[in-house]
Write a new protein. Structure first.
Length: 146
């Protein structure tokens, strides 16, 4: 039985955040405010979504954890704690160029498993020739030359 892998989203989020900051750009996170547990300042969301500047100079105590994004920031001059369950994060990008990544929508934000990754996929059907030219033989078609 195969073990279920953890979500890639927090790892990609951290990597892209580092890449954006390392390139002296301003990281922004787009989040879905309708996800249960989201805590953002009232009045800043538009159409159920919020864009947050998470640059090191704009936030304090930023934590990009496997389960959530947490930080403190000032909104309209007032301090506020922000909490985003990882499922609420829709994208991370840099303000200057718009480079970044959108994450797939869904309960876990994971891509569907590609068909080729399924067990037995990628093997030619028994009645078709082996594309490697082996003709279905178990041994290699290469010869040892001395």
């Amino acid at each position: 039985m195969k073990r279920r892998l953890s979500s890639r989203k927090p790892y990609l989020l951290r990597a892209l955040y580092d890449w954006i900051v390392d390139n002296d750009c301003t990281p922004h996170i787009l989040a879905d405010c309708a996800v249960e547990g989201v805590q953002v300042p009232p009045g800043y969301a538009q159409e159920g979504r919020i864009v947050l500047n998470v640059a090191p100079a704009a936030v304090q105590a930023l934590a990009l954890d496997n389960d959530a994004v947490r930080f403190s920031a000032r909104f309209g001059g007032r301090p506020c704690s922000v909490f985003l369950p990882i499922e609420a994060v829709l994208a991370i990008y840099d303000r200057e160029h718009g480079q970044g990544m959108m994450f797939p929508a869904g309960a876990e934000g994971e891509l569907e498993r590609p068909p080729a990754a399924e067990e037995g996929a990628g093997d030619p059907p028994p009645d078709e020739p082996d594309p490697s030219g082996g003709g279905g033989r178990d041994r290699s078609h290469l010869k040892v030359v001395k």
